[in-house]
Design a protein around this ligand. Structure first.
Ligand code: JA8
Length: 255
């Protein structure tokens, strides 16, 4: 999978050199491009923001640097005069539906394990990290006319920019790409893949600070262990995330 990120803080993504995702990059399973939005400004001060039309607090990200940065990744607009003359084509649109452009936004669709799973099947994801009060709406409008664009929210809270959200999404998506996580069974067993929270885990010692490991786990009875773990999953999910057991009842409130 190819992943491109547009941001005014490219150093923020240096941590993607580490851990599982760093290894996946070294082995070629994930190809990452981090692009500085300021490299696509043309004024002396490398401005990426300006005051909002209609007034109001804060600044809005200008559309031109976004257009230039995203065109450099996606290829120029096939509908533009220059492109028609040059017969430009988007390199990866031949074999699939083309890249998905993702903008983290509190106004987006809720990011879930199911969405991570869908996105892990894509060939090319492009993330745009907004800052300030957000990006000029025409950037989303323009690229929606040209291809697939999604606004995606991690949850109902406001961040100072899209970077942290993109990092979380890349971690959730990246680990689902075949070969990135060493043991595929651990992916299936995990929280949310079966719609339930995980059962509690224990390791040695059998007694720690007066607390015992549940005896069933030391019984050697694998049938009993399976049943106990499933009961724990149900009990935990009922207690802390009842919405997961009856998703239709509460799904309207998320978005
Ligand atoms: C923000 Br500014 C900005 C850009 C993206 C996101 S996603 C989120 N929860 N907050 C803020």
């Amino acid at each position: 999978m190819r992943i491109d990120i547009v941001t005014i803080f490219p150093e923020f993504f240096d941590v993607l050199d580490l851990s599982l995702l760093g290894k996946a990059r070294q082995s070629g399973l994930i190809e990452l491009g981090v692009h500085n939005l300021r490299d696509h400004t043309h004024d002396r001060h490398h401005s990426v923001d300006d005051t909002p039309y209609g007034g109001g607090a804060g600044m809005v990200m200008k559309p031109e640097p976004w257009g230039d940065a995203l065109d450099a990744i996606l290829g120029a607009d096939p509908a533009s005069a220059e492109s028609v003359a040059a017969e430009t084509s988007i390199a990866d649109s031949a074999a699939d539906d083309g890249p998905i452009l993702i903008f983290p936004s509190p106004a987006g669709d809720q990011f879930t394990q199911a969405m991570a799973r869908e996105l892990s099947l894509e060939r090319h994801l492009v993330f745009g990290c907004g800052r300030y009060e957000g990006i000029d709406e025409r950037v989303v409008d323009h690229y929606s006319q040209r291809g697939r664009v999604r606004l995606v929210s991690l949850g109902d809270y406001v961040l100072n920019g899209g970077e942290v959200a993109v990092m979380a999404m890349i971690e959730a998506i990246g680990r689902l790409i075949p070969g990135v996580v060493g043991n595929p069974a651990s992916l299936i067993e995990e929280s949310h893949e079966d719609g339930l929270l995980e059962y509690p885990s224990y390791t040695k010692p059998a007694n720690w600070r007066g607390l015992d490991v549940p005896p069933v786990l030391r019984s050697g009875d694998h049938g009993a262990i399976s049943i106990w773990r499933h009961e724990q999953q149900i009990e935990r999910t009922q207690r802390v995330r009842p919405d997961l057991l009856a998703p239709s009842a509460t799904s309207e409130r998320q978005g």
